[in-house]
Design a protein around this ligand. Sequence first.
Ligand code: MF3
Ligand code: CO
Length: 249
Amino acid sequence: MIKIKTEKEIELIRRACGIVSEIMSQLKVYIRAGISTEELDTEAGKLLGKFGAVSAFKGYQGYPANICTSVNEEVVHGIPGKRRLKVGDIISIDVGVKLNGYFGDAACTLPVGLISPQARKLLAVARSALTAGIAQAREGNHLLDISSAIQSHIESFGHSAVRKFVGHGIGSQMHEEPEIPNIGRAGLGPALRAGMVLAIEPMVNEGNFEVEILEDKWTAVTKDRKLSAHFEHTICVTKGEPEVLTAWE
Ligand code: MF3
Ligand code: CO
């Protein structure tokens, strides 16, 4: 069952998401060659404290950090550590916030200084795949219209959509129904209704879609070790245009 949120619940989710946006905007400023992913996590912790919110990730199934930082061939769930960014890297930052019992979740992939044309293309394709998915999140459409738009967008540029991880409903839990695959056939799945709140999160591999998990039990990497990018927004389905709750600068 996909929950239809009341306006009051949506307002609480909106607030959690506002903090996600603010943290994302402020973390972006720290992205430069030389900083470690651990230092980014520390800054995220300070920002969470400043806004009176907590990380949605820390402690979730034992996850040890505030945010996820996934560099280059890392797809998602990279654990912040000693690794220092260098010019030409790409880094995905995933931020999840809990505030007053409600959740917000977003991710984006950023360049570290000048990156290769191939990396730049990957980021553009992944970002626009999210936009294409969100555009389908309309009352009366079907859930897999989102998935199908994401998949066809990604594949039209010769990249692949990761199948192992999916987007999700979100609200008083970080992960609620439904699962939102990044591949699928338009017209299938439950009908979308105003008041559904969804975290849509395409992960795009430069090469093959296959991923594997490192010994740390979290970090997902591409099997072919080519680059991967990840963009995510929490959105609300409305009677008109979808409302992006985690928009950032
Ligand atoms: N955005 C991811 C998700 O929705 C982040 C989860 S990280 C975890 O699943 F550590 F909490 F698992
Ligand atoms: Co998510």
